[in-house]
Design a protein around this ligand. Structure first.
Ligand SMILES: Cc1cc2nc3c(=O)[nH]c(=O)nc-3n(C[C@H](O)[C@H](O)[C@H](O)COP(=O)(O)OP(=O)(O)OC[C@H]3O[C@@H](n4cnc5c(N)ncnc54)[C@H](O)[C@@H]3O)c2cc1C
Length: 384
């Protein structure tokens, strides 16, 4: 039986950032991940400027610069709208496309070098809860138990810790159903994140978009996602929709068909919770970060930067609470998350509800189709 100050479930961006932050104070920290890294995670692989700035903060400025750089976003609605990343103090004005196998391994190794113990492959089967309802540790598949003063659940969209606790959430953000594939294409490497807003199911405009992101070396990450606020979302065959989207892309790119990609096991779908799906973001002994919190940005689905940001906040707030009061009250984390995203995510949940109505989604797309004013462009989510 082992005892730690902080035990973190999940070594993705949220868990790695939380671990990196928590060890800065000298705390004894363990990260448990069921996968063996390098491991893949279905993703568009797009790093926003904010994500880059957080990776830089963790001392990885040179390493992140080795990924494929992107300087702009191009929105097809279907009219073409070019957006550059805004200039903000202390932030890069560009992003990257980074294969998650490489990015996540880099982040987890960084946490390990900073002092966190990493155990992989180590699958957590559930939380240990004491008689007062406080989480005091984790049970590992096979029966071993790990005890900690605080647990950070950074265990992704299907969070087994959250499920194990049987929690209900005060805010019920929506989830996107998202699918991606990667391939070699006959297209010169670009520096643009291409976003395609025209995405329809049986004539209904969906609350979502398709993307084409350049990975460098002639490779493309292509995918799409739609939010489950659309009533008939469960009738959609997401792989078929991806096939239809691929068919709209230029034939000279010579893309493989979705069947060929599926046969090559190059197609993966996953959930993407947004707008908070575990609220409050803590219970006695445990806090939630990243997809386990539903931290992705409702307007765009950008989840890596929010996983990093909530992970860093979790690592810092948990140590501050343990130092000053103990594991029964992580209100400081709730306050941090609320002040950072509370208003935006409340509006985001409303935005998703409305965008789930095809007529509203279609009107929104058509309005965007006519947008040219620079001030409006600056506020579009893909430029942030
Ligand atoms: C198709 C798709 C495309 C996307 N595209 C983008 C994009 O381009 N840009 C962007 O910013 N965001 C994107 N996102 C969102 C982004 O991928 C997530 O928000 C991000 O990965 C969240 O990080 P995380 O650390 O919270 O979770 P994850 O990265 O999912 O990490 C969770 C970790 O927990 C581990 N784990 C799970 N269960 C257990 C267990 N029982 N025991 C131990 N470990 C466990 C897993 O192995 C995993 O390593 C996309 C999402 C999808 C689905």
């Amino acid at each position: 039986m082992e005892r730690y100050d902080v035990a973190i479930v999940g070594g993705g961006p949220a868990g790695a950032a939380a671990a990196w932050q928590a060890v800065q104070s000298g705390a004894r920290v363990v990260v448990l991940d069921k996968a063996e890294f390098p491991r893949d995670k279905p993703c568009g692989d797009g790093l926003t400027a904010r994500a880059v700035s957080l990776i830089q903060k963790m001392g990885l400025a040179n390493e992140v610069d080795t990924f494929h750089r992107v300087n702009r976003a191009t929105i097809f609605s279907p009219n073409r709208l070019e957006l550059s990343f805004p200039s903000r103090p202390g932030m890069p004005n560009h992003g990257y496309c980074a294969a998650r196998r490489e990015l996540d391994t880099l982040l987890l190794k960084n946490a390990q070098s900073a002092g966190a113990e990493v155990r992989q492959p180590t699958e957590v089967s559930g939380p240990i809860v004491d008689g007062d309802g406080r989480v005091t540790g984790l049970t590992i598949k096979g029966g071993e138990r790990v005890f900690a003063d605080a647990v950070i659940a950074a265990d992704g969209a299907y969070s087994p810790v959250k499920r194990g606790l049987g929690l209900t959430s005060r805010y019920n953000g929506y989830s996107a159903i998202a699918i991606r594939t990667e391939m070699q294409a006959n297209r010169p490497d670009s520096d643009s994140l291409d976003i395609h807003l025209k995405l329809a199911f049986q004539g209904d405009q969906l609350p979502g978009y398709g993307w084409v992101f350049p990975m460098g070396g002639g490779r493309l990450n292509i995918g799409l996602g739609y939010v489950n606020s659309y009533k008939r979302w469960h009738q959609i065959n997401v792989t078929q929709l991806l096939g239809e989207f691929l068919a709209t892309l230029p034939p000279e790119w010579e893309l493989p068909s979705v069947d060929e990609l599926r046969k090559a096991k190059a197609v993966q779908a996953w959930r993407l919770p947004m707008g908070f799906t575990a609220w409050p973001p803590w219970r006695p002994g445990v806090v939630f970060a990243g997809d386990a919190l539903g931290a992705a940005r409702p307007a765009s689905g950008a989840g890596i930067s929010k996983a990093l940001q909530s992970g860093l906040a979790a690592g810092e707030c948990v140590i501050a609470a343990l130092t000053n009061g103990g594991p029964d009250d992580f209100t400081n984390y709730e306050q941090r998350i609320t002040s950072t995203w509370g208003r935006e995510y409340r509006n985001g949940r409303l935005f998703h509800r409305l965008a789930g109505i095809p007529a509203v989604a279609n009107t929104g797309r058509r309005v965007l189709n006519g947008v040219s004013h620079p001030k409006v462009r600056a506020h579009l989510p893909w430029s942030a």
